[in-house]
Design a protein around this ligand. Structure first.
Ligand code: OTD
Ligand code: ZN
Ligand code: ZN
Length: 346
């Protein structure tokens, strides 16, 4: 069996910088036409000038024949100014502003502490400039159970935000719960969308502990119960335009995952399309796959769909155990496993 689909885009990607960038970027550029590049570097990409410089280094790191296009984002802080939003839009290179609640995930310590206060003028300017807010939707209160942090964020931040600023375009990133599905479905189509990762579609929280602690399945937001996984599978395979592909591929060196205080993040770029295809096939919804991978995201962002095609072949292939780079090793998602859909490039 073969499926020919319009080339997909990745609407949520961590490309890192330096050696790591050079090592991982070919894996995204091979399959995806464009990607929304997350700004959680050290230091974070908080200005348009920094986003433009980062964009240059991404372009430099690309394989020679690649036409991959990075779509840049700004990292929102309590200090971001409305003028910075104007500059971002004017640059033509920035496509969204990323909201990390301070402390919610990797390199989020400079994130937002006062969204409805200090950040409000910036949000109003984003409406003006038609720049979407990309949200890591989890509360950071240590008293809230880690499995409830998305639900509580929706109730305490997203519902009031949509009420206060209904014109603001929002992407709820990497949704993991039925609560998030319900929230997105309750909003106006085209104004609130969501990205969905391969791991949250195919794994539930048991995968963190199967046969022993599994650090390579640890990411944030953390994997959830099976009922939540089923809810997001139903959402993406329903054909709704509100949900689109965002891998959240987040590479860390093996030694930083396999240690006493392992980093959060799953490097899924090499396997993402195979996993999405498997999920849609198992749901009997292969006819809905292309809209999810290749139409819904660009339509939401108001960008043209890709013109080129890519073929998915139903053929088993072995995921490498390890990817070795001059700086160290990275363990990909499903390392050493066999996947059933192979990407073949036209
Ligand atoms: N989650 N790891 C990272 C980011 C994401 O919240 C995220 O988007 C990372 O390493 O940058 C992770 O587990
Ligand atoms: Zn996030
Ligand atoms: Zn991410």
């Amino acid at each position: 069996m073969e499926l020919s689909i319009t080339q997909p885009d990745d609407w949520h990607l961590h490309l890192r910088d330096g050696d790591l960038l050079e090592g991982v970027i070919p894996h995204s550029a091979k399959h995806f036409g464009r990607a929304i590049v997350m700004p959680n570097l050290k230091p974070p990409i908080t200005t348009t000038a920094a986003a433009l410089a980062y964009r240059e280094s991404i372009l430099k790191a690309l394989p020679k024949d690649s036409s991959f296009t990075p779509l840049m984002t700004l990292y929102l802080t309590d200090m971001t100014s409305p003028d910075e939003i104007k500059r971002a839009k004017k640059s033509g290179a920035v496509y969204g502003v990323k909201l990390y609640p301070a402390g919610a995930t990797t390199n989020s310590q400079d994130g937002v502490t006062d969204l409805f206060g200090k950040c409000f003028p910036v949000l109003e300017e984003m409406v003006e400039q038609d720049l979407p807010l990309l949200v890591h939707g989890e509360v950071t209160d240590p008293n809230v159970d880690i499995f409830d942090r998305e639900k509580v964020y929706i109730e305490t931040i997203l519902v009031p935000l949509v009420q206060k600023l209904p014109q603001l375009k929002i992407v709820m990133e990497h949704i993991t719960t039925m609560d998030a599905v319900k929230f997105v479905m309750s909003c106006k189509e085209g104004s609130v969308g969501a990205t969905v990762t391969p791991q949250h579609l195919i794994l539930n929280r048991n995968a963190l502990f199967q046969g022993g602690l599994q650090p390579h399945n640890y990411c944030l937001p953390v994997l959830k119960r099976e009922i939540h996984r089923q809810a997001i599978v139903s959402a993406v395979t329903s054909g709704s335009k509100r949900f689109f592909l965002g891998t959240d591929s987040a590479p860390h060196e093996k030694r930083k995952k396999e240690c006493a205080c392992g980093c959060a993040g799953i490097f899924n770029a090499p396997v993402a399309l195979s996993v999405y295809a498997k999920v849609f096939e198992e749901a009997g919804a292969l006819d809905k796959l292309e809209a999810f991978t290749s139409f819904n995201g660009s339509d939401f962002y108001g960008l043209p769909r890709n013109k080129s095609k890519l073929t998915l072949k139903k053929a088993p292939w072995k995921v490498p155990e390890l990817l070795s780079f001059p700086f160290g090793d990275i363990v990909p998602m499903f390392a050493g496993g066999t996947l059933e859909w192979e990407v073949s490039l036209n």
